[in-house]
Write a protein that binds this ligand. Structure first.
Ligand SMILES: C[S@@+](CC[C@H](N)C(=O)[O-])C[C@H]1O[C@@H](n2cnc3c(N)ncnc32)[C@H](O)[C@@H]1O
Length: 207
């Protein structure tokens, strides 16, 4: 019962639990992965960056601190996370440097060739069709743009007390071949933990 409730909240936080408890869990538990992802995004002045499933909005804020006259867009389908991230980024939103959208990336309408970088942490386990989502990421990236996906590897997730009808753990090798199949080049795996259970995978859309 708790396993199912927690797993559903992790996929799409809602209500008070989402705004208070999920926020604490994400801030603490996901910090190492999110910090590694921000480093790999390595945002430059003028970059236009998209984060899918921004949760509490910390990555959005940290990337926005670095893009100068660029822009960070985020999309998340949780109303609770929209509220938390909106508060956390209010200064950047006021200045027009951050735009947060309440919606599902899989059905959102983005023009092609828009972003320099697309990043996402701890969301790939919830994508109903990861190949389709990777294709959409490829489409919205500019030629030469990069994707950064951060996640806990299947080898560790399989042993966690999670509802596997909600979470679909994925291995690093599967993510690598998914990205190659949809046309990405230079796919690289960056271990965040030495044992490889927490990783970021980066790849480029060819010019
Ligand atoms: C486990 S939380 C991770 C939050 C944050 N990225 C982190 O690592 O702390 C997953 C987040 O992704 C969002 N999400 C999952 N799938 C999504 C999708 N297809 N489109 C938009 N948001 C999505 C959820 O609402 C939730 O806020």
């Amino acid at each position: 019962m708790w396993k199912r409730f927690f797993s559903r909240q992790a996929r799409k936080p809602s209500g008070l639990f989402g705004r208070i408890i999920a926020k604490r869990i994400f801030d603490k538990g996901n910090d190492a992965l999110n910090t590694a992802m921000v480093d790999l995004v390595a945002a430059q002045q003028d970059n236009v960056v998209l984060e899918i499933g921004f949760g509490c909005g910390t990555v959005v804020r940290e990337v926005a601190d670095r893009v100068g006259s660029g822009m960070v867009e985020g999309i998340d389908f949780s109303g609770a996370m929209m509220a938390v991230a909106g508060k956390r980024n209010r200064h950047h939103i006021r200045e027009g440097r951050v735009r947060l959208v309440h919606g599902d990336f899989d059905s959102a309408e983005y023009p092609g060739n828009r972003f320099d970088t697309v990043c996402s942490a701890n969301t790939i386990y919830f994508w109903p069709d990861p190949a389709r989502t990777c294709e959409r990421i490829h489409h919205v990236l500019k030629p030469g743009g990069r994707v950064v996906l951060a996640f806990v590897d299947k080898s560790k997730m399989d042993a966690m007390p999670l509802d596997m009808d909600v979470f679909r753990p994925i291995s690093c090798d599967s993510v690598r071949s998914l990205l190659e199949t949809v046309g990405f080049a230079s796919v690289l795996v960056h271990p965040v933990k030495k044992d490889g259970t927490m990783v970021c995978v980066t790849a480029c859309k060819e010019t």
